[in-house]
Design a protein around this ligand. Structure first.
Ligand code: BG6
Length: 495
C-alpha cells in the first residue's frame, strides 16, 4: 500500500459514519504522512452531489470532527481534497458499477495507483451481499492489485442469517480479503490490554483463577437511541453491543498469549476463548445469569428524559432491551470458576468503558486482621473517556500505626500534554489498507459470538417477564447487582 497506493470506495458517503469518522480519519492519516500521495477516495451514495458540494461536505466533516484543526485556506487541505471524487450510484444497478470502474481507472492513472482497491461498505447490512456481487459483475474486482472489503457491524441478525451473509460474500471475496469492523478493537486501550498483559512480569503470572476473583467489564452510555430507534428496536443492546464489542473485550482479557504476534495466531487464541465460553443453554440458565432492562422516564444530569418506549420509531409496547448484563464463564484451565461480569446500557449515568480485574484477597493472617479489613487489589483498564490503567494496592495510612488503606497508582495516558491519540476508525482504516487484519473479526469469531447470543435471545423471545425497567440516569436493573452479590462481589465504582 505504501508504495502502490489504493483507491478507497466509500459506500454510504453521505451518511453519518462517513461524516463523523471516515473522512476525518482520512484527513488525520494524510496529515501524519500515513497515506501515500498515491491514493484516491470515491464517495458513493444515491444522492446527487456536485464536486463542489461534496468538497463542502468533506470540509465540514473534517473541521467539525477531525482531531487536527483545519482551515479551508490551509495548503494541506487543497492537496488533500484533490484526491476525492463523488459519484452518485444506485447500488442495485450494475450499470452504475461499470461507470464506477471507469472512474476508478481514471483515478488510478491520475495518481499512479497500481490497481489496489478497498471497498468500504458503510451501509445497512442487508445491502452487503448485493453490493459485493455487483462489484464483481461490474468488473471492479479485475484490477491488477488487491481487493479488500471492509464491512460494518452488525454481521447478521443471528447465526443463521450471519452464515447466509457469509456464504454470499464468500462467493465474491476470500476470507482474507474481508475486514469486519468492530471499532472497539481499534481503541488504543483495548489494543493495550494485550501489551499490559503479556509484556509485564507483574501481571502475567497472576492472570488466572488462582489469583483473580472476578473481572468486570462496563460499557455504559448516557445517550438514548437518538435517531436510530428503527434499527435499535430490532436489535437491542445484546446485538448492538453484546455480540460484538463486549465479547471482543472478554476475549482480549481471557486469551492465551499467542506464540507469534501475527494476525492469525492472535485470532486463533481469541477463537479458543469463544469456544470455551459457557453457553447459557436453557431458559433457566439464561434467567439465572443474564439480565436485561429497558429505560423509562428519568433524569440525567438535571435533564428530564423520556423513556425508551416514547422514543422516535420505537414501538410503544416494545420489549427490546436497552441494557444487557451477564455473568459469563470461560471454561478452560486458566479461568475455571472465575466469573466475568459484563454490562452495557443506554441512558446510564456516565459514558465510560472500563475493565476491572479484582484479585483474590490475601490470607487474613492475624497480623493484618487485627488492623483493618483489607480491600482486594484491583487493576483497572480505562478505555474511555480517560485512557490509562490504575492499580489499587494496600498501604499503611501515613501517620497511623494500625490502619491500612487502599491507594491508587495511576497511569493516565490521556492526561499527557499534547497527546492526540488516533481514533479507532483511523487505525482500522490504516490497518485495512495495509492488509493488517489482527483487529478485525474473523468469520469463526463472528459465528461463535452468535452461537452464544442466539440462545439468550431465544429464551428471551418466549417470555418477557424478566425485562427490568430502570429509570434513565440510573445504573440499570438491580437484578444485575444481585448477580454479583450472589457470588459475594459488587461492582467497583466507576471513577
Ligand atoms: C456502536 C453502537 O457500535 O457503538 C452504538 O451501535 C454505540 O449504539 C456505539 O453508541 C458506542 O461506541 P463508542 O465508541 O462511542 O463507545
Amino acid at each position: 500500500f505504501k508504495d502502490n497506493g489504493a483507491v478507497f470506495f466509500i459506500f454510504g458517503a453521505t451518511g453519518d459514519l462517513a461524516k463523523r469518522k471516515l473522512f476525518p480519519a482520512f484527513f488525520s492519516l494524510y496529515k501524519e504522512g500515513k497515506l501515500p500521495e498515491r491514493f484516491a477516495v470515491i464517495g458513493l451514495a444515491r444522492r446527487a452531489r456536485t464536486k463542489e458540494q461534496f468538497k463542502a461536505d468533506l470540509l465540514q466533516s473534517i473541521t467539525e470532527f477531525a482531531r487536527y484543526k483545519l482551515n479551508a485556506e490551509d495548503e494541506i487541505w487543497q492537496r488533500f481534497v484533490e484526491h476525492f471524487e463523488y459519484l452518485s450510484l444506485d447500488i442495485h444497478n450494475v450499470e452504475g458499477y461499470k461507470a464506477l470502474k471507469d472512474a476508478s481507472e481514471r483515478l488510478e492513472d491520475k495518481f499512479d495507483i497500481k490497481g489496489n482497491r478497498l471497498f468500504y461498505l458503510a451501509l445497512a447490512p442487508e445491502l452487503f451481499a448485493g453490493v459485493a456481487n455487483n462489484l464483481k459483475l461490474g468488473g471492479l474486482l479485475e484490477g491488477s492489485g488487491w481487493n479488500r472489503l471492509v464491512i460494518e457491524k452488525p454481521f447478521g441478525y443471528d447465526l443463521e442469517s450471519a452464515e447466509k451473509l457469509n456464504r454470499q460474500i464468500g462467493e465474491v471475496f476470500r476470507e482474507e480479503e474481508i475486514f469486519r469492523i468492530d471499532h472497539y478493537l481499534g481503541k488504543e486501550m483495548v489494543q493495550n490490554i494485550e501489551i499490559i498483559r503479556f509484556a509485564n512480569a507483574f501481571f502475567e503470572p497472576l492472570w488466572n483463577n488462582k489469583y483473580i476473583a472476578n473481572i468486570q467489564i462496563t460499557l455504559s452510555e448516557t445517550v438514548g437511541v437518538e435517531e436510530r430507534g428503527g434499527y435499535y428496536d430490532h436489535s437491542g443492546a445484546i446485538r448492538d453491543m453484546g455480540q460484538n464489542h463486549m465479547l471482543q473485550m472478554v476475549t482480549m482479557m481471557a486469551m492465551e498469549p499467542p506464540s507469534r504476534l501475527n494476525p492469525e495466531d492472535i485470532r486463533d487464541e481469541k477463537v479458543k476463548v469463544l469456544r470455551s465460553l459457557r453457553i447459557h443453554e436453557t431458559a433457566e440458565d439464561v434467567r439465572a445469569n443474564v439480565v436485561r432492562g429497558q429505560y423509562t422516564d428519568g433524569v440525567l444530569r438535571g435533564k428530564a428524559l423520556p423513556g425508551y418506549r416514547s422514543e422516535d420509531a420505537v414501538s410503544p409496547d416494545s420489549v427490546t432491551e436497552t441494557y444487557f448484563g451477564a455473568r459469563l464463564y470461560v471454561d478452560n484451565f486458566r479461568w475455571a470458576g472465575v466469573p466475568f461480569y459484563i454490562r452495557t446500557g443506554k441512558r446510564l449515568p456516565v459514558k465510560t468503558t472500563e475493565v476491572v480485574v479484582e484479585f483474590k484477597n490475601m490470607p487474613d493472617n492475624v497480623y493484618l486482621a487485627k488492623r483493618t479489613k483489607l480491600q482486594p487489589n484491583l487493576l483497572v483498564f480505562r478505555v474511555n473517556p480517560l485512557e490509562g490503567i490504575y492499580i489499587k494496592i494496600n498501604a499503611k495510612q501515613p501517620g497511623s500505626d494500625s490502619m491500612i488503606i487502599p491507594v491508587a497508582m495511576d497511569f493516565c495516558q490521556s492526561c499527557q500534554v499534547g497527546l492526540n491519540t488516533p481514533e479507532a476508525y483511523e487505525r482500522l482504516l490504516y490497518d485495512a489498507a495495509r492488509g493488517e487484519s489482527t483487529y478485525f473479526t474473523r468469520w469463526d469469531e463472528v459465528s461463535l459470538q452468535w452461537r452464544f447470543v442466539d440462545r439468550i435471545v431465544q429464551a428471551w423471545s418466549k417470555d418477557s417477564r424478566d425485562l427490568n425497567l430502570y429509570p434513565a440516569g440510573s445504573w440499570g436493573p438491580e437484578a444485575m447487582d444481585k448477580l454479583l452479590a450472589e457470588d459475594g462481589f459488587h461492582w467497583w465504582p466507576i471513577n
